[in-house]
Design a protein around this ligand. Structure first.
Ligand code: SF4
Length: 356
């Protein structure tokens, strides 16, 4: 099944286009002190290797803002400055050559916001208008209005200010920590505005919890056709955010980034150790993104004859386990029977020609 995406305007972020029919971009945010240029660049380079397509950095003060051009010069992907409260930082970031800024207009005075919009317009860079549930100023207008509606109302107000200033180079987001509120807010707003959507569940927690919340929230919106770029926010390494982002997109057939590994959960019928083998193969593919594989590539590791031969046959290659041995399939044909201790070696060898 193919997801039908909502039609949104195209916005160019330093050469990466989002919205319209462009691929849904995966982004992350650095967790270093932005003023520490060396550490920040090193982290961004690690993320670039994993396929991060847009990177955002926090700009809490002028020393962070004044290091942005040095960071920009040393990285390949677009740089986004995340700014709150101080319009001077937004202006400094734009002067430093960033590719986009993210602001929460609710915490900037209107006159100062006008200066920022003029600057961004002159440099032709987009602004993400990000409303977060935690920084809402207005309250429900009546007892029937919920938080999602309040978020959409705040967003609509900011969009009106931007449009009145003839500024339409906009990306939108409406993040809440609560998944149903986030989903509802985006769904309501997507009916009203055709600007591209940045999706995320804000402050979603440690990896184990945050991955589930992000997958459910971002996944539900994407499945409904909403979303042009995603950021998985985790209290974890940013590398994990990028991997999970691609996994969400791949699970909905929206991007094809990694070889697909089908492995059964194993049960009492299995007479081979599926879990260790699947983990070994997963480790082999997880740090090697799209650029390093000929895709699509599907690998199946199955425990027994119940579903094994069927899945293995549909894969480019795979294994269907038997008693301490397994049938090795390639392109739907049984190639050979191999002993369990040979499984990983055979799969690793089979993976080699699929690497670029
Ligand atoms: S493929 Fe076989 S071993 Fe694996 S879960 Fe299914 S029945 Fe169990």
């Amino acid at each position: 099944m193919k997801v039908i995406r909502n039609k949104t305007r195209v916005v160019n972020i330093g050469g990466v286009k989002i919205g319209g029919n462009n691929p849904i971009a995966v982004q992350s945010m650095t967790k270093t002190d932005t003023a520490d240029v060396q550490a920040t660049v090193a982290q961004i380079k690690r993320l670039e290797k994993l396929g991060c397509e847009i990177i955002r950095v926090g700009v809490p003060d002028m020393s962070a803002a004044l290091g942005l051009s040095k960071i920009r010069k040393q990285i390949r992907i677009p740089l986004v400055a995340d700014i709150h409260f101080q319009w001077q930082l937004a202006v400094a970031a734009i002067n430093q050559g960033v590719d986009k800024i993210r602001i929460n207009p609710g915490n900037m005075a209107k006159d100062n916001l006008a200066i920022v919009l003029d600057k961004a317009k002159a440099r032709k860079i987009p602004i993400r208008l990000g409303v977060n549930s935690g920084s809402l100023k207005s309250l429900p207008q009546n007892r029937y209005e919920d938080k999602a509606a309040v978020m959409v109302r705040a967003l609509a107000e900011y969009i009106r200010i931007f449009e009145n200033a003839d500024f339409r180079n906009i990306v939108l987001s409406l993040k809440a920590t609560d998944v149903p509120t986030t989903i509802k807010a985006y769904q309501l707003a997507a009916q009203k505005f055709a600007y591209p959507w940045h999706l995320g569940i804000t402050e979603s927690g440690v990896a184990e919890v945050g991955i589930v919340k992000s997958s459910v929230g971002i996944g539900a919106l994407l499945a409904g056709g909403i979303g042009d770029t995603i950021r998985v926010s985790l209290s974890s390494e940013p590398e994990e955010e990028v991997r999970v982002g691609y996994a969400i997109l791949q699970s909905l057939n929206l991007r094809n980034y990694y070889p697909e590994l089908i492995s059964c959960p194993t049960c009492s019928r299995a007479q081979i150790d599926i879990i260790s083998l699947a983990e070994q193969v997963h480790k082999e593919i997880k740090d090697h993104p799209r650029a390093q594989w000929r895709l699509p590539l599907k690998i199946a590791i199955m425990g027994c004859v119940v579903n094994g031969p069927g899945e293995a046959k549909e894969a480019d290659f795979g294994l269907a386990g038997g008693k301490r041995e397994g049938l090795f399939f390639r392109q739907g044909k049984i190639i050979k029977k191999i002993p369990e201790k040979e499984f990983f070696r055979v799969i690793k060898k089979e993976l080699a020609p699929w690497r670029r």
